[in-house]
Design a protein around this ligand. Structure first.
Ligand code: MIC
Ligand code: SF4
Length: 756
């Protein structure tokens, strides 16, 4: 079955004319990104050459996808929006809430029982509002979207930061918070700052141990975790043509790790092959006629420096495998540098667990190449030293890999195959065998490796790499092993070298699946009643946030001044907290518990200056709230990096934090804060961060004249009586200021629906 075929036909009908028109109006050759973005301008939005990195533009995405951990909050907001049916095709995917423990079968039974209430809620709301529902074990959102919904030249948003995965099939796919998704599902536009364009020219061809993943691991080292902020990465050049569609998706997926708004590849034969084998020949027939629309103009290819804001070149023929980490995905070591880095930094060399899967690397090709490494090792008399865990990306990949014997290869070598779900990638991993003091290394084919992310242990050093390198390092059981050059000793005492991985990009016998796990919403959901039990620990109906009181923020205490990296995993941890994603009050108990207090370098231990005692961050915030006080959060660079989870913005809003003042923000998080009616501000002079003291009373002045482009003033009243004042900047436009005044974007939206 092809989803949305009518919609896609509709999108394609005038595509060529639209692109011609855009080129004419803009008056220059177009990049691929520009073709798709401008073809999706919202109704009423003027077609003109928008200033990249400056202008806010309204778009009309074709579809929305949500995963279960973010869908709960998104759908709770949708229920308050005043709308009764989604305006664009939307789906919910149950992938984040299944804990990996024993094996796929047992874990699924436990997940279905533990999460019954949440799954039922998601299903009911999906039925009511006409949303497609992918049940638990159907697969990870981005893999399922790639297999079923992504189409060249389309535009989608998804409540997950790795939504850009669909860029592998030439779709502009952007990760957003739930509030953005609600706008689009409610029939409103999606607002985005016109992104800058980073062109990445790929030449040459991959060979040997190098894989698509290594392109983005290398790029992460070049761009760092904030180098892609407010940018779209567009890949071009001869090298793109040799990469499989799923390999391209891997690269686009992990563009999230450099902060990119999204990433995209041009449409080519590999895209067509993938669409065809996943049952979408009709789309190929249509898209093939529009190849020019789904590729950059020739003039752009000839003079990329003229059309992209930055151009980076990567020669695939010279690419080495990379292993990035620990604790940040941009610490890139090529495999030949890794051994000395391990020694120099004292990373635990004993590699204890290898994990293959996640939305980044769980395609058939990934499984097949990793299985070839294991198979070769077995034939050479080598065993797998580390524990090996596999999470297939979708039921379709799993079913096909099982049919083709790939899963047998893993299992015979001692690997455990878990559910088709996120599992250990998001801390849904019951790793009973190690304590939290245990200093150890793991390698994963995932995309992120922030502290505590996988097993909740701050002493676990997680490294990310390709599935084939995970397999090789798992066989060796050490980080310092370089499969390109080193040998291992087999059961007979012989020194053997692992042959290079080989694999099938696509299954020779096609994909197969018994039950892919999709449930169509009922035609008329108006009678569906969505129940939220008053006593529920997991779900809580949302009460609208209060509107702004019309006053400046005066003399509020500091809640925490965070030191160093403060990702959404630090602000609103996942793992065991995922179960509260539908209950704002309960999940607020994890607010900023992972952030490091700049004054004592401890986590979740902040000064209550009134009583001179130290409390947990949420506890102190609740105390202030109970006393009718607000508070201020101060932090450093790229605050809110990582996930799209809007809980990281809603929790401070709920606990009465008045402003988040940082050196810089990650894109999705900054928008999430604005949407929830929070103040997201940046230091004009980054050194002003140093002036903030633990027992300060902080004011934010200028709100009565809150205007786009005009700085506000932050005043620090130090305990010794000294006062320091300095400017703080913001990026709010008129509409966003109106959200702040209304208390949240949702308040504004529902008021508009009531009045219409
Ligand atoms: C992640 O990889 O961090 C997540 C969990 O998929 C998040 C979404 C979430 O927090 O639910 C993301 O990437 O947006
Ligand atoms: Fe799931 Fe991990 Fe992908 Fe996030 S990054 S969607 S947790 S597999």
């Amino acid at each position: 079955m092809i989803f949305d075929l009518e919609l896609i036909k509709h999108v394609y009908t005038h595509y060529q004319d639209t692109v011609n028109h855009i080129r004419q109006v803009i008056g220059r050759p177009l990049t691929l990104t520009e073709k798709i973005l401008y073809a999706h301008l919202a109704q009423g939005e003027q077609l003109k050459d928008y200033k990249r990195g400056v202008d806010y533009v309204n778009f009309a995405p074709d579809r929305v996808a949500m995963q279960d951990a973010t869908a709960q909050m998104a759908l709770l907001q949708l229920m308050n929006s005043g709308r009764d049916r989604v305006a664009v095709p939307s789906t919910v995917h149950c992938d984040h809430l299944i804990q990996a423990y024993k094996n796929a079968y047992d874990d699924l039974i436990i997940a279905e029982s533990n999460n019954q209430e949440v799954y039922q809620f998601l299903r009911d709301v999906s039925n009511k509002y006409g949303i497609g529902f992918w049940k638990p074990n159907a697969g990870i959102i981005h893999q399922v979207v790639l297999e079923n919904y992504a189409f060249p030249g389309g535009m989608m948003i998804g409540t997950d930061s790795h939504t850009p995965n669909a860029g592998g099939l030439s779709m502009i796919a952007i990760g957003v918070g739930g509030a953005d998704a609600v706008d689009v599902m409610a029939g409103m536009a999606f607002e985005l700052k016109m992104p800058r364009l980073i062109g990445v020219k790929l030449s040459g061809k991959l060979s040997g141990w190098a894989s698509a993943k290594d392109v983005i691991l290398k790029l992460a080292g070049i761009l760092t975790v904030k180098g892609g902020t407010n940018s779209i990465i567009e890949y071009f050049g001869e090298g793109t043509k040799s990469l499989s569609a799923t390999g391209k998706a891997t690269i686009c997926n992990m563009g999230a790790e450099v902060g990119a708004t999204t990433s995209i590849f041009p449409y080519d034969q590999k895209s067509a092959d993938y669409l065809a084998i996943t049952g979408r020949q009709d789309i190929v027939d249509l898209a093939t006629k529009l190849v020019d629309c789904f590729n950059p103009d020739l003039a752009v290819l000839n003079e990329p420096n003229k059309y992209y804001d930055q151009v980076i070149e990567i020669n695939l023929s010279e690419l080495e495998p990379y292993v990035n980490g620990p604790f940040t995905p941009d610490l890139a070591y090529s495999i030949s540098q890794l051994a000395s880095a391990v020694q120099q930094h004292n990373y635990p060399n004993n590699m204890e667990v290898g994990l293959i899967g996640s939305c980044t690397n769980s395609s058939y090709e990934d499984m097949s190449r990793a299985a070839s490494v294991i198979d070769n090792a077995t034939k050479l008399g080598l065993s797998v030293k580390a524990k090996l865990i596999i999470n297939p990306g979708s039921e379709q990949v799993k079913y096909t890999a099982l049919r083709d014997g790939l899963l047998d290869t893993f299992e015979q070598a001692g690997a455990v195959v878990m559910a088709n779900a996120c599992g250990p990638c998001i801390g849904q991993w019951r790793r009973d065998e190690v304590s939290d003091e245990h200093y150890n290394s793991i390698v994963t084919s995932f995309n992120r490796n922030f502290a505590k992310r996988n097993d909740g242990n701050a002493n676990t050093n997680a490294f990310v790499c390709s599935p084939e390198i995970v397999a090789a390092l798992s066989i060796a059981g050490t980080l310092t092993f370089n499969p390109l050059t080193d040998t291992l000793t087999n059961s007979k005492g012989e020194k053997v070298k692992l042959p290079e991985p080989v694999g099938d990009e696509l299954p020779t016998n096609g994909f197969a699946v018994d039950d892919a796990g999709y449930i169509e919403p009922i035609a008329d959901g108006s009678q569906v009643v969505v129940n939220i039990a008053q006593s529920s620990e997991r779900l809580q109906a949302l009460s609208p946030f209060l509107p702004w009181d019309g006053k400046d923020i005066v003399a509020q205490p500091l809640l925490i001044k965070a030191l160093g990296k403060c990702t959404t995993d630090h602000i609103s941890m996942a793992g065991k907290w995922l179960k509260y994603r539908g209950h704002l009050d309960n999940i607020s108990n994890n607010m900023l518990i992972g952030a490091v207090n700049a004054f004592n370098e401890q986590t979740n231990f902040v000064l209550d200056a009134q009583t001179n005692t130290y409390l947990a961050v949420p506890e102190l915030a609740r105390k202030f709230k109970a006393e009718g006080l607000g508070s201020i959060v101060v932090a450093e660079e790229n605050y809110g990096e990582g996930s799209s989870r809007e809980h990281a913005a809603m929790e401070p809003r709920f606990l009465n934090v008045k402003a988040i003042v940082v050196k810089s923000f990650a894109r999705i998080h900054e928008t999430n804060l604005k949407k929830q009616g929070m103040l997201a501000l940046t230091f004009v002079n980054k050194e002003d961060y140093d002036k903030v003291q633990e027992d300060d009373k902080i004011s934010i002045l200028g709100l009565t004249d809150f205007t786009p482009g005009k700085n506000l003033t932050m005043v620090l009243n130090h305990r010794d009586g000294n006062v320091e004042a300095f400017p703080v900047a913001h990026t709010y436009n008129e509409a966003q200021i109106s959200w702040f005044k209304a208390g949240s974007a949702l308040n504004k939206l529902s008021a508009e629906f009531k009045n219409s």
